[in-house]
Design a protein around this ligand. Structure first.
Ligand SMILES: [Zn+2]
Length: 143
């Protein structure tokens, strides 16, 4: 390394200097997790290996108002979700909750018992969602 610090250390410095609110707005926790995952996947993934350069650059321009920063972050995240099959936290909960409600509403119409069917669908949907989210976390599939 010809630089005194690598981008991981630089990011940690940035996080230490920024107020909590800006860290959240700039999604630096996400960026940090992407950096960790890139390290993890690079052995078997050419794109992750090449993404080091992108990460090097992105750390230099961290700012929630910088559109090119946000675009790069989005691209990096897209790679993690699309190629490495990672999911957002609460991903399955969001899906199965709405599936449960939709099925409940359908059954509600059919059985003329809307409130009960919707709440049954909601319960079942969130139960399935939660257990899939727990499993995803256990399998280290959450970004
Ligand atoms: Zn990759």
């Amino acid at each position: 390394m010809n630089e005194d610090k690598n981008y991981q250390e630089k990011l940690i410095d940035i996080i230490e200097d920024l107020p909590e609110k800006e860290i959240r707005k700039s999604k630096l926790d996400l960026l940090q997790r992407i950096i960790e995952r890139t390290d993890e996947f690079q052995e078997n993934c050419d794109i992750c290996r090449n993404n080091h350069e992108v990460l090097e650059n992105i750390v230099r321009k961290v700012h929630y108002n910088d559109q090119s920063y946000l675009n790069d972050l989005k691209k990096l995240k897209g790679h993690m979700l699309g190629v490495h099959k990672l999911v957002d936290e609460g991903h399955y909960m969001a899906i199965f909750l709405s599936v449960g409600i939709a099925i409940g509403a359908g059954l509600g119409v059919a059985s003329d018992n809307m409130p009960i069917m919707i709440s049954a669908g909601l319960c079942l949907g969130s139960a399935v969602g939660v257990s899939l989210d727990v499993k995803a976390k256990k399998d280290k599939k959450v970004l």
